[in-house]
Design a protein around this ligand. Structure first.
Ligand code: RB5
Length: 146
């Protein structure tokens, strides 16, 4: 599985930690930056990961900013992208099980490293339940036509 990573400066450190964790667990990672703690704008950080998910270059993505809020707001503006801001393990599980989120977002100034690892692992290991949830997901994307 190929995972795209992206962050602004607020999420940079957590992205770097997650990258090591994922690689240690055998995942292939594509790091779309940022590559230092220098300030960058979170919509710019979200874009390459969302585009890579849209065009199938990566299977899924993880995005990080200070709170996870700005980068998740940005990601959800991309057509067909479902990005879930997660700061607990239950939400990470449900984000895949019910919402089939292709991207999870976390706040580098909110979520500690070890919890972030559990959130990432839970989301990656959970399978979408399908069924009635497909209808609801289709309705999310109908909103993009309004
Ligand atoms: C940057 O200071 C900060 O605003 C950003 O990382 C994020 O938290 C925005 O939602």
């Amino acid at each position: 599985m190929k995972i795209g990573l992206g962050s602004d400066h607020g999420g940079y450190e957590l992205k770097e930690q997650i990258k090591v964790h994922l690689e240690e667990n055998g995942y292939e990672v594509v790091d779309f930056g940022t590559h230092s703690g220098e300030a960058v704008d979170y919509p710019d950080a979200a874009a390459p990961v969302c585009i890579a998910v849209q065009n199938g270059e990566v299977d899924c993505g993880m995005l990080f900013c200070g709170t996870g809020i700005g980068i998740s707001m940005s990601a959800n503006k991309f057509k067909n992208i479902r990005a879930a801001l997660c700061s607990d393990v239950y939400s990470a599980k449900m984000a895949k099980l019910h919402n089939n989120a292709q991207i999870i977002c976390m706040g580098g100034r909110v979520t500690g490293r070890d919890l972030a690892f559990m959130i990432a692992d839970t989301w990656l290991e959970t399978e979408f339940e399908g069924g009635r949830h497909n209808r609801r997901i289709e309705k999310i994307h109908k909103i993009e036509e309004l």
